[in-house]
Design a binder for this molecule. Sequence first.
Ligand SMILES: Nc1nc2c(c(=O)[nH]1)N[C@H]1C(S)=C(S)[C@@H](COP(=O)(O)O)O[C@H]1N2
Ligand SMILES: [Mo]
Length: 320
Amino acid sequence: MDLRKEPELTSKDVTPKAVYLNRRKFLKAASLASAAAFAGGGLWELAEPSARAHAGTKLNAALKSPFSTTEKQNTYDDVTHYNNYYEFGVDKTEPAKNAGRLKIYPWSVSVEGEVQKPRKISIDEILKLAPLEERIYRHRCVEAWSIVVPWIGYSFSELIKAVQPTPKAKYVAFESFYDPEEMPLAKYAGIDFPYVEGLRLDEAMNPLTLLCVGMYGETLPNQDGAPVRMVIPWKYGFKSAKSLVKIRFTKDEPPTTWNRLAPNEYGFYANVNPHVDHPRWSQARERRLGEFFKRDTLMFNGYSDQVASLYTGMDLKKYY
Ligand SMILES: Nc1nc2c(c(=O)[nH]1)N[C@H]1C(S)=C(S)[C@@H](COP(=O)(O)O)O[C@H]1N2
Ligand SMILES: [Mo]
């Protein structure tokens, strides 16, 4: 069985990077309501459909999120050449080489299940549904490495509002695109496709939960989950499904790819937790890509203030 393991870092990973992006200054929350906010989709609208089919279309994320970290961002090169996207190969370097096959435009996501307004929503509509924000989040992979990325998107709750869940909706199930023709390496990955993930509805409603369409000021590169993915920063990275095609609101807890494969190793919740080790390695520390020394992993990846209350009274050793 091909189960992920904590990787040995190569010399590339520990080379100090000379050049880092300038840290952005954050606007005060009060100025966030500017009209420029809605210009996000504007640049996208100007792009020819042929340009939309490629990563790298400029996006104007006018809002600077108060949820952003001020930690040093990883380089674009790090974030686009060290990927988990098993449909395009299990090695971290393979998605950058192979994900170019993915046709990302036109694209639509089916939003269905326990909602009053089920709909197929196109990527053009997704870009206009709410003002785009830049969110600089820490991302902690279950394999004990981490990165800091300036994502672009908006709270997933905006989409939830648009489809109006019924009172029966208790969970949200996410499904990634799968096509064996465009993803010929998938059959060697050792996991079932399509890749599926899920959240409890209140987790999905939390403002930190991001519907993500870009990073570093542009649309998402294919290897990072173009054209639209989830980013759930207090959970291990595998919860953040890429290249979404289906979002289903359900009564029951949906199956998830890694939990189905190895339930003793990967739970449904997958909250970053330095006190609950993976059966085969410690989760107490992590290596930030581009750094040499390990650092302590933070409870909920440092987002406790925003999310700890979601789990009050739950035994997090049981619900890992
Ligand atoms: N469809 C799909 N989504 C996926 C994965 C995958 O293999 N397939 N890998 C997950 C894991 S383990 C991580 S750490 C993140 C990596 O996102 P990044 O490559 O943009 O850093 O994507 C997650 N989403
Ligand atoms: Mo991961």
